[in-house]
Design a protein around this ligand. Sequence first.
Ligand code: NDP
Length: 251
Amino acid sequence: MTDPRTYVPAPQAFAGRVILITGAGDGIGKALALACAAAGAAVILHGRSVRKLEKVYDEIVAAGGARPSLLPLDFEKAGPAEYEALAAAITKEFGRLDGLVHNAGMLGDRAPIEHHDIPKWMRTLHVNLNAPFLLTRYCFPLLKASPDASLIFTSSGVVRHPRAYWGAYLVSKCATEGLMQMLADEVESLPQLRVNSVNPGKVRTNMRLQAYPGEDRSTLPEASSILPTYLYLLGPDSRGVTGRSFDCQPG
Ligand code: NDP
């Protein structure tokens, strides 16, 4: 197997693929949406801010990509009915999903447990863990309808080295790894569906700035530079690779 961190898709390798990316209005999700569209995919952009999604839409079209679909939804506020409606909209327009990237996330509080803001703890688990569960749950028939589908969960370095004060974010990411492994095991009999997780590593995004406000941002890689692992997992060359946790950057 080639190192996924150096993977470069062949031109138009994603032609005909329908890929949904959550949190596609900013940061890693935006960079990934642009890269998938550049490789020929029809991308479905989920995000909270319509204004941000429209900017990504314009960038994709200006670069010659297929017109993306926009699916705005605030995961903090959405309940099962909204997820069901979202999946129904994709069913109507595309009838299947070849890729689903659970990328959206929030940092929440970084504080000792006894000082944690309780509603924020709940919101962080809701956005980082319940939302991927609900979206997977309702999009499952769409993934099963694809001849070659890839489901990607987003992990974090805090899972590899759990440490103090990371609160609900750390707990949500550890649970996300468990969800990924459980699901990969559940779909073992479906060779056309693979389930994996990625840890992006340090990336120059708003979330990283929020987590490390004093850090020199110029030392951090751009989101566009850490995408090869995502593209490997979304493209045809990773068929059969499932139940694994990937690091997008060296240790
Ligand atoms: P950003 O803050 O740049 O992007 C997060 C995305 O999630 C945004 O598009 C944001 O939408 C969306 N989002 C947040 N809250 C909600 C919500 N309530 N409903 C819908 N969408 C929401 O962060 P990154 O790009 O850095 O993070 C992407 C993923 O990578 C996250 O899962 C994060 O945990 C993970 N990660 C990032 C690392 C890093 O160093 N950057 C390191 C390890 C993991 P909006 O723009 O509208 O706010």
